[in-house]
Design a protein around this ligand. Structure first.
Ligand code: G4P
Length: 528
């Protein structure tokens, strides 16, 4: 095997998704501890002690205690090179999560054992299904009162439409949590709470061991024997092919906080999850092990560090090896270039890198040339990776600056934040850039916009909520939007490319517009 192949083969790039508070940050932190990337629990997160989460770097995240934007973490464990993509748990950022999932080869879904499948899990899960990537489930907080594990399995199967295969099975829960039974190794790992650092002590015992009652109690022993019999008879069989296409989710029970079940999960997961996957491009499928470097931009973030005032484009390397001195080709810009200051990120910490491989995520300095979805390849190789769809905004505000002298900063701010994909901006046909109409997928984005304009661009704004709920692009260019027969509460606006679109307050008005304007063709997405 060549060095390139070895490097790519050992890469595992995955995203962690969960409903807020299910324990995603805690689990991530334990992974990092195992990988030696951090030495102390609480470095990633510690709302109660003053240390801030490594992955929660934005001010607004710190203030609200939520993970707003996604970050990337890389560490090595057991011969693997692991890239974890953290995703925002808040539903208002599902678009950001979607883009991040585009960069992942698999997903870990963390579920709170007492709550089961929650709203946000459902939404994020749908996004994973759209990509057909393997999904691994970690049922967390078994040290607390939990739902019946069979009910949890059924809920996942029913609600999310995926088959489940429990790799281990819990013995009791809460105060009565005794550990898990590993169905592959056919042994019990008994629970010893360990709030401390790396290793949890595991006592291993066979299910037929006569001393088992002494270890977990006769009631639990009996329940376990019955449960396993039922599982072996009735549950889905383990099928790696189904796992790889996201149809069967291997399930693990544990408790991230007490460090129980995390190591076996990580080890099993690393074995089952695939190395970098081939990707669809307009010229066909691109092999990750190809000698030729290629990548696509899945995220753009300005002003990550106020002191730097910079803009970073995050790229997922899809094939080959990246070298910091190499000449690359930006397909959409039709330009050869060198990528400036390529770096890997560990939340706030950045490290300039010399090389990276398929599966890795790199951030490069972006002077304003990249857009989300852009493809980077090597000169002579012209192809585009399949685009990242844009979600239709559902909430709208009219936004203007308080101080008209700050027009320049205002325009720069809203334009840059729109380029990052956090908001979409529209204008009324005859108005200037003094005020814009902002559309977002989730309303928290308005707060982020206000906060960032104030904090990063020194602009105070006034926002006026607008009652629109639906957006449609006008497909036929020959139509004069002013001549359309529309309800009085339908608004004609233009996007940044000058394309016309309509904002509607309800779906009835959309039908009205289509019925009264027979030639009108409306589209839910902009074709770019
Ligand atoms: P999130 O990133 O998915 O939002 O969840 P996070 O890890 O922040 O965990 C949410 C809360 O649940 C935290 O408590 C965390 O300590 C707790 N938790 C995580 N895993 C477990 C577990 O296995 N067992 C138990 N009992 N609790 C768990 P918090 O008090 O809200 O946060 P903090 O102030 O302690 O950080």
């Amino acid at each position: 095997m060549s060095d390139l192949q070895k490097q790519i083969e050992k890469r595992r790039t995955f995203a962690i998704i969960s409903h807020p508070d299910a324990g995603k940050t805690t689990l991530t932190e334990k992974f990092l501890l195992y990988g030696g990337a951090i030495q102390l629990a609480g470095t990633v997160k510690g709302k109660k002690n003053s240390k801030h989460a490594v992955s929660d770097w934005m001010e607004i995240e710190k203030q609200r205690g939520i993970s707003v934007t996604s970050s990337v973490m890389q560490f090595n464990y057991d011969g693997y090179c692991i890239n974890i993509l953290d995703t925002p748990g808040h539903q208002d950022f599902s678009e950001d999560t979607y883009r991040t999932l585009m960069a992942a080869d698999s997903a870990v879904m963390v579920i709170d054992a007492s709550k089961g499948v929650e709203n946000q899990t459902r939404k994020l899960f749908k996004v994973c299904v759209m990509r057909n990537i393997p999904i691994f489930t970690f049922i967390n907080k078994m040290d607390r009162e939990a739902q019946n594990p069979f009910d949890l399995m059924e809920e996942i199967e029913q609600e999310l439409g995926i088959q489940t295969y429990p790799v281990n099975w819990p013995i009791g829960c809460g105060k009565e949590f005794k550990g898990v039974y590993d169905r592959h190794k056919k042994e019990i790992v008994s629970f010893i709470a360990n709030n401390g650092q790396r290793e949890v002590e595991a006592v291993k015992a066979d299910i037929n061991d006569p001393n088992l009652s002494a270890l977990i109690g006769e009631d639990h022993r009996q329940t376990l024997v019955d449960d396993i019999e039922l599982l072996d008879g009735a549950s889905y069989e383990f099928d790696m092919d189904k796992v790889r296409c996201g149809k069967l989710s291997p399930v693990f029970f544990g408790s991230a906080l007490t460090n129980f079940g995390v190591k076996p999960f990580l080890e099993n997961f690393l074995q089952m999850t695939p190395p970098p996957l081939p990707r669809e491009a307009d010229t066909g499928v691109i092999d990750p092990f190809s000698e030729n470097f290629s990548a696509f931009v899945f995220k753009i973030q300005a002003n990550m560090n106020k002191a730097h005032r910079d803009r970073i484009a995050f790229m997922r390397i899809c094939s080959g090896r990246f070298d910091k001195n190499m000449e690359v080709y930006h397909v959409q810009g039709n330009k050869k270039m060198k990528l400036s200051q390529p770096q890997q990120l560990m939340a706030q910490d950045r490290e300039i890198i010399d090389e990276a491989f398929a599966g890795d995520i790199i951030g490069v300095f972006d002077p304003g040339i990249f857009s989300i979805g852009d493809t980077i390849s090597v000169p002579g190789k012209k192809f585009c990776y399949s685009g990242i769809p844009t979600f239709a905004p559902e909430h709208f505000c009219r936004v203007r600056q308080k101080d008209t002298l700050k027009r320049k900063q205002f325009v720069k701010g809203v334009t840059q934040i729109a380029q990052e994909g956090a908001i979409q901006i529209f204008q009324e046909p005859s108005s200037g850039m003094e005020e814009v109409i902002v559309g977002v997928v989730g309303t928290l984005q308005f707060e982020v916009l206000e906060y960032r304009l104030n904090n990063e661009y020194n602009v105070e704004i006034v926002m006026e909520h607008l009652p629109f709920q639906y957006i449609r692009w006008i497909e036929n260019e020959e139509i004069d939007p002013k001549a359309l027969n529309l309800t009085s509460d339908t608004k004609v606006v233009q996007d940044f490319r000058g394309k016309y679109l309509l904002l509607f307050t309800n779906s009835w008005n959309i039908n009205w517009a289509l019925e009264r304007n027979k030639d009108l063709v409306l589209a839910e997405f902009s074709r770019g």
